[in-house]
Design a protein. Structure first.
Length: 226
């Protein structure tokens, strides 16, 4: 359970993504108010999607354990991870830098959104599922939780806590906006473009680091087998 600390760190990293932080803050600025039912519907949807994806991953890890063990022991497996790692590293290192948005520019999905609950649920589904293909920190966290020697119910609880941590920064900032109103909106407006840019840069960094680690680990394995 000493691995709980990196899981918390990964949850905080996930909390800075476009779907969990940038879009909901952009909605608050767009509305010039904290519309609690709409914002709650959005955040609940995002957290629920991640929660059920996490449970699905944990079930997959448990059900495919024996298959994965056979695959990882195959002679070709280090070459597969070497190739995948190289692709990730190339994407992270040589991928185009994101364009810095203009001050006050809102993400398109937030700028065009209405505040009724069904549209917030749809926006939350779209944002979370769009990011599902690039949620490397989340996949890593689910792998760590899946390796814990604890009951399945406790693992599900850990996934739930992870998803709650993901939305805490947004809830805190939304609370400030609710308490201080118009005085706080200009600060959020200046913050959003920077957060959006940093979220995209962070993805490149994660891809590069994970890719380099996979390449190094694969090369070491291949050398050991020679």
């Amino acid at each position: 359970m000493g691995s709980a600390i990196p899981v918390i760190g990964l949850a905080l990293l996930d909390s800075l993504s476009l779907g969990t932080l940038v879009i909901p803050l952009a909605l608050i600025v767009h509305w010039r108010a904290v519309r609690v039912p709409a914002l709650t519907a959005y955040l609940f949807t995002v957290a629920a999607v991640y929660f059920f994806l996490g449970l699905g991953m944990l079930l997959g890890f448990a059900g495919l354990g024996s298959v994965a063990e056979r695959v990882t022991r195959a002679d070709v497996f280090p070459w597969i991870t070497l190739t995948l790692g190289a692709v990730l590293a190339i994407f992270g290192i040589f991928g185009p830098n994101p364009t810095k948005p203009e001050p006050g520019q809102l993400p398109k999905r937030a700028a065009g959104a209405t505040s009724n609950v069904p549209s917030m649920v749809a926006l939350g589904l779209g944002a979370s599922l769009t990011e599902a293909a690039t949620m490397l920190p989340y996949i890593a966290a689910m792998g760590i939780i899946g390796s814990w020697d604890i009951p399945s119910a406790a693992k599900a609880g850990a996934v739930g806590i992870y998803c709650l941590i993901m939305i805490v920064p947004t809830v805190v900032l939304a609370t400030f906006a609710l308490l201080f109103g118009p005085k706080f909106f200009p600060r959020l407006e200046r913050l959003i473009p920077r957060l959006e840019y940093e979220a995209k840069v962070t993805l490149l960094w994660i891809a590069a680091i994970v890719g380099i680690y996979m390449v190094a680990h694969s090369v070491a394995t291949i050398r050991g087998d020679l």
